[in-house]
Structure formats: structure tokens, C-alpha cells
Design a protein around this ligand. Sequence first.
Ligand code: CA
Length: 227
Amino acid sequence: MAAILIVEDEAEMASGLKDTFEFDGHDISIANNGQTGLEMALANAYNLIILDVMLPEKSGFDVCKELRKNGSKTPIIMLTASKQEIDKVRGLELGADDYITKPFSVRELLARVKAVLRRYPENSGSDLKSVKIGQLEIDFEHYKAKSETANVDLSYKEYEILKFLYQHKNEVVSRDDLLNKVWGYEIYPTSRTVDNFIAKIRKKIEKDPANPEHILTIYGIGYKLLE
Ligand code: CA
């Protein structure tokens, strides 16, 4: 179950979405203009925001930009109605996680929502504290790590990468997912950046970094973590 904020001024669309998501087990709040949407999003913890572009008082673009400027990391799916709006979502650094074009099928929207929520498992209540990966015992709460013999320094990004991989252990995680999750929208890293970080992490957790047993490379896609 996720807490989802729907910011949509068309009453029929908003209540249709509400019914759909509630049927799927989610907890839904609705804002019918941009300003209210922004205020609700800043005041409450949602797992996801579905944000229409054309809204009274404040456009979805502005709501999205202001949320990110305020440090909100809540995933956002934008609802766009025209080609120009899609181009803007793609072209501007709005910080939206995905967009969907009206008219859309309920099935498609639910699939997008599921995909976005999956990228943010910490939003769905999983609470990661201390884990063991390879030779390292990692304390995600206090950002500490140690091997059997010594404390080991990991950078903030290395912790974030390991946390994300661990939350998806035994699954293949793509480089793009890692980029979106760990680097977000602050800079433009390349998939090469991810590989460099993984190489550094391997030196710390693998017995033999050249033959990794815990962070495997999945050729052409990304990585898979095994405990
Ligand atoms: Ca609208």
C-alpha cells in the first residue's frame, strides 16, 4: 500500500483515478489545483505524486520544480495532454520520474506507478539498518562499515548504491535505475560513473575484486547483488 497524492483539476478524472488506486489498495489524497497540491505535498509524506500539467493557480511544471527545489524526493509521475507538454517534461530539468499521456489506459498507469514505486522501496516502509555483504558489515543507519579486522570507509554514494542493490538483492538492477536513485537529478553522470563506483565498492567487499561473488555484472544491463 502506498500513500498517493493526485493533483488533478478535472473532477471526473480525479475521482476515477482515486477509485482505481483505492481498488488497488492505495491510500489516496486529491488536490484540485497546483497551489493546494504543492502545499499538501510539502506538508505530508506521500510515496508518490501523480501530477497533471494543466492546473489552475500553478502549473504541474511549477509544482514539480518547486517540490524539487524544496528538497522533496517523492517520486512524481506527470500527466501530459499534448506533444508540447511531453517535450517539456522530457526537456526541462523538472525532476519528474515519469510521465504518461492523456488519454491513457488505467492498466498502463498502474504499471507505471508500480514501476516507480519499485524504484523507491524505502518509500514502501522497508527499514534497512545493518546488513552483511561479502566481507563487510554495513550499518546504513549510522553510515559505518567494518570488515572482520578493521573499520572500512565508504562514501555516502557508496552507501546509497549498496543500499539500493541490497533492497533489490537477487534481482538485476540496471545502471539507469542506479543513476536515477543515487545520483538523482543533480548532475549528469554517465553509466561509466556507476561502473567506477562499483569497482571501488568491490575492492571493499569482495575477497577477489576481479572475480566478484557479491556484486555481479549483468552484461549490457547492470548489476545483481548476492549476499
Ligand atoms: Ca488539467
